[in-house]
Each structure stands twice: as structure tokens, then as C-alpha cells.
Ligand binder design. Structure first.
Ligand SMILES: *[C@@H]1O[C@H](CO)[C@@H](O)[C@H](O)[C@H]1NC(C)=O
Ligand SMILES: *[C@@H]1O[C@H](CO)[C@@H](O)[C@H](O)[C@H]1NC(C)=O
Length: 443
């Protein structure tokens, strides 16, 4: 590098450091856009798009990925963006494993009430995945209409946790809408990360999983199994709200018997995160403390309700990022324990590319539970999939060390991600980025 270009490069770095330190949060070259869509009367959904910013091509040569967070009530524009895959981390430092280097990334705060999304009236929250999907279709229809340059770009939906349940339902509705010409986009596939597709299979495998990883003794295994059996009975009777309540009880039994294992990564335990039921507390508020609050830590809330809200400039004054999250969660309580395995089956038979990826250290959606519902798929390709052996993948950050296994047959793929919990991109960023490239046909 010549003297002058070295000097130019270092002054560029200074400009960049200046921008970041001022909290403007824009990677120098990266183009961004964001807005609200009123998806139903009084129901406002927020989205935030980062155009792909890659040395290997312009955004028109790279896919578009929509990221859906779990909860329900967790915010993609906040948690997914700053804690997992966005261009900057929570300290506004560049993320080396940002997905924006391989795709344009669209964060949508859904269901309505999540993140910066909001409702004007308490009866506007979604109470089932059908509403979640129809709301998203309104948003996508508008998004692709206003940005025709994205209509032909391969569009993928990636998700985490409850986001996967929503992603499955949205993908099916989107497939139908594209076929009818109602949404113009090049839908290329859905990826379900640590996803709540079959809640009962997750709950039923907690005991065996924790037992084999030295986190339950024989008494604990018996206690967890009997709590899980009660969930099973409620689900079998289609008593889904009761099942949600018993799910909460089962989590308390797990906590008591494991000395407070972390549901999101069994090998990391933070005593500050441990949540025990308060006297007289209802189960909804307990579950919100367990599963919504970790997605809204103080440091992230301060960022989103401070510099980010200022930068965005369109957030109504009385809307707080995360302010309606608990209502989002409680309104979905009757939906929470319902499985969507049949929707995944419909996607597969419609020819949609479906990927399941799961973290080895995740408890809440453990891999054992995922294997169970996958083996029950009615998809005609299942016997072929089952006959294959998996393939090992090196961890890109540690060549020679296994980072994952994967297997793909026809339009279905499964990735077993090692040393990762529930939030795979946070735990294994380089591996997650490589998987993104493989799923989107760049590797
Ligand atoms: C914000 O204020 C407007 C106008 O007073 C009101 O209609 C709306 O319901 C409020 N929104 C929220 C989320 O509180
Ligand atoms: C879907 O998966 C098949 C099989 O892996 C692959 O050949 C095809 O290119 C994929 N389609 C897209 C759009 O990624």
C-alpha cells in the first residue's frame, strides 16, 4: 500500500470511528432504511432493513434475509440486530460475523407490540399464529411493492425460537400469496433455528437431556418427567392455556432440581438471571420474567430507547421499545403450546426449502425434541433423509475442530450446531455465518 493510500485508509478509519462514537450507528458504506406499516387498524409494525454490504458483490447479487425473534415479544430490531447478527454490537462496535456481509437483512418487530411495533388499543394484539402471519403478509406486500428492486432477489426467512413457529406459518401464507400474485417476491426458503415447532416434544425431552448431561439426579429426573407428563395430558386434551401454565410449572421443577440451569445454554449459568416464582405471582408474569426480560436487558433497552430511537426519528413519543412486550406474550398464551408440525409438512410438500438448525447446548428447545418431530413428518422425502449419514463441518474460527454436522435431502436440511445454545449467532458467530452462506447457496 502506497503512503497516500495508507494515509487515506487511516483517515477513513478515523471518520468511521467518529461516526460510531457519535452513536450514529451507520457502517460507513452501509445503506439502511426503516419504517412503520399499519398492518391492521391501530396495529403498527416496525421494520429495519440493512442493505448487504459485501466485497463480493452489491446487494443486488446477494439474498435478502428476514430475521424473526422469539418470545413472542422479543425484538429483532433490538436483540437480533445488536446481540446477534446486525452490523454493530450492543457497544456499537463492528461485528465481525455480521450477516450483512452476506445478505441484506430485514428485521421486523413482530407480533404487533414487539420492540418498536405498537398497538393503539389493547384488543389489537395477535392471539394466534394465523393473525401473526396475516399481519406479516400485509407488511411484506407493502415492502416488496415499495422496493421493486428486491422482488427478484432470493428472499429467505430465518428465525429463532418462537420466531420459527411464526416463520413456518408466515412462509406458508407467503407461498400461497406469491402463487396468486398477491405478493411479488422470490421466496427461496425458511430456516427454523431452535424453533418452538413442537412444544411438547421439547418439554418431554428436558428430563432425559438434563439427566445425560449431569444436570439431574434420579429424583430430579422423576420429578421433571412427571411435571412434563401433566403438560402432555393437557396438550392431548387440547387444553392449550392450561398446558402453558403447566409448562411454567415444569420449568420451575427443572430450576429447583438443577440449581437454576440456564434454559438458553446449559453450560453458562448467571446467578443474576435465575428466576423463581414469587408468592402469588401468576404464571404469565413469571414466564414473561423468564423469557421476555432476558431479551430486554437494561443495556439493550438503554441503547434502543436512547441513541437508536433518536437516530430512527420516527418512533412516536409515547412508544417505548419493549414497552408492550409482556402484553404480546400474554395475548399469545393460548397459542403457545400448539404445535405447527403440520405446517412444516405442508411447506415441504409445497416444495419450499426448509432448514432446521439447532444448538447443542440449548435446553428450552433441545435438539432431542427436534429430532422427534422431524422423525414424525409425513413428508415423502423423510425415508431418504433418514437413510443419509450426516457430514461434519469445520468451525471456520478453528480449522480442524468440528463446528457442526449437517444433512440435506431434497428440500429439507438439518444443521446440528455444536457448542451453541439457543441464540446460535451469539454463541457461534462464525459457524452461523457459514451456515447462512450454505443455506443461501453462496458456499
Ligand atoms: C399514543 O398516543 C396516542 C394519541 O394520544 C394514542 O392514540 C395511542 O394509543 C398512544 N399509543 C400508545 C402505544 O400508548
Ligand atoms: C433448494 O434446495 C435445493 C436442494 O438443496 C437446491 O438445489 C436449490 O437450489 C434450493 N433453492 C434455493 C432457492 O435455495
Amino acid at each position: 500500500m502506497g503512503r497516500s493510500s495508507a494515509a487515506a485508509a487511516s483517515s477513513l478509519l478515523i471518520v468511521f470511528a467518529f461516526i460510531v462514537s457519535k452513536g450514529l450507528c451507520s457502517p460507513l458504506a452501509g445503506k439502511e432504511a426503516w419504517n412503520y406499516v399499519e398492518v391492521r387498524d391501530g396495529a403498527h409494525m416496525f421494520w429495519w432493513l440493512y442493505y448487504a454490504d459485501s466485497q463480493s458483490g452489491g446487494y443486488k447479487d446477494l439474498p435478502l434475509v428476514m430475521w424473526l425473534q422469539g418470545g413472542p415479544g422479543g425484538s429483532g430490531s433490538g436483540f437480533g440486530n445488536f446481540e446477534e447478527i446486525g452490523p454493530l454490537d450492543r457497544d456499537l462496535k463492528l461485528r465481525k460475523t455480521s450477516w450483512v456481509q452476506a445478505a441484506s437483512v430485514l428485521f421486523v418487530d413482530n407480533p404487533v407490540g414487539t420492540g418498536f411495533s405498537y398497538t393503539d388499543r389493547p384488543d389489537r394484539y395477535a392471539t394466534d399464529v394465523a393473525t401473526v402471519a396475516s399481519d406479516m403478509l400485509v407488511l411484506l406486500q407493502r415492502f416488496f411493492k415499495e422496493r421493486p428492486e428486491f422482488q427478484s432477489i432470493p428472499f429467505y426467512i430465518f428465525s429463532e425460537s418462537y420466531g420459527g413457529k411464526m416463520a413456518a406459518a408466515i412462509s406458508l401464507e407467503l407461498t400461497k400469496a406469491v402463487a396468486k400474485g398477491k405478493v411479488k417476491c422470490n421466496f427461496a426458503g425458511v430456516a427454523l433455528g431452535d424453533s418452538w415447532i413442537s412444544p411438547l416434544d421439547s418439554v418431554m425431552t428436558w428430563g432425559p437431556y438434563l439427566y445425560t448431561t449431569s444436570l439431574l439426579d434420579d429424583y430430579g429426573l422423576a420429578d421433571v418427567s412427571s411435571a412434563a407428563d401433566a403438560v402432555k395430558k393437557a396438550v392431548e386434551k387440547q387444553q392449550f392455556e392450561k398446558a402453558t401454565e403447566l409448562w411454567s410449572v415444569t420449568e420451575s421443577v427443572v430450576e429447583q432440581n438443577t440449581n437454576g440451569v440456564n434454559f438458553y445454554n446449559i453450560l453458562t449459568q448467571d446467578p443474576d438471571d435465575s428466576v423463581t416464582a414469587l408468592a402469588g405471582e401468576d404464571y404469565i408474569s413469571l414466564q414473561a420474567r423468564r423469557h421476555i426480560r432476558p431479551l430486554h436487558r437494561q443495556s439493550l433497552s438503554q441503547l434502543m430507547n436512547g441513541p437508536i430511537r433518536k437516530k430512527l426519528g420516527i418512533i412516536p413519543q409515547n412508544v417505548t421499545w419493549g414497552g408492550q412486550a409482556e402484553q404480546v406474550f400474554s395475548n399469545m398464551a393460548g397459542d403457545f403450546m400448539r404445535p405447527v408440525v403440520d405446517i412444516v409438512d405442508q411447506l415441504l410438500s409445497a416444495g419450499v426449502n426448509v432448514t432446521v438448525y439447532n444448538g447443542q447446548l440449548d435446553l428450552i428447545v433441545d435438539t432431542m425434541g427436534q429430532e422427534l418431530w422431524v422423525k414424525r413428518l409425513k413428508w415423502e422425502g423423510l425415508p431418504g433423509f433418514n437413510q443419509l449419514r450426516w457430514t461434519a463441518l469445520d468451525d471456520p474460527a478453528a480449522p480442524g475442530v468440528t463446528g457442526a454436522f449437517y444433512k440435506t435431502y431434497k428440500n429439507f436440511a438439518f444443521y446440528w450446531i455444536l457448542k451453541a445454545g439457543h441464540m446460535i449467532p451469539s454463541d457461534q458467530g462464525p459457524m452461523a455465518l457459514q451456515m447462512l452462506k450454505m443455506i443461501t447457496q453462496q458456499d
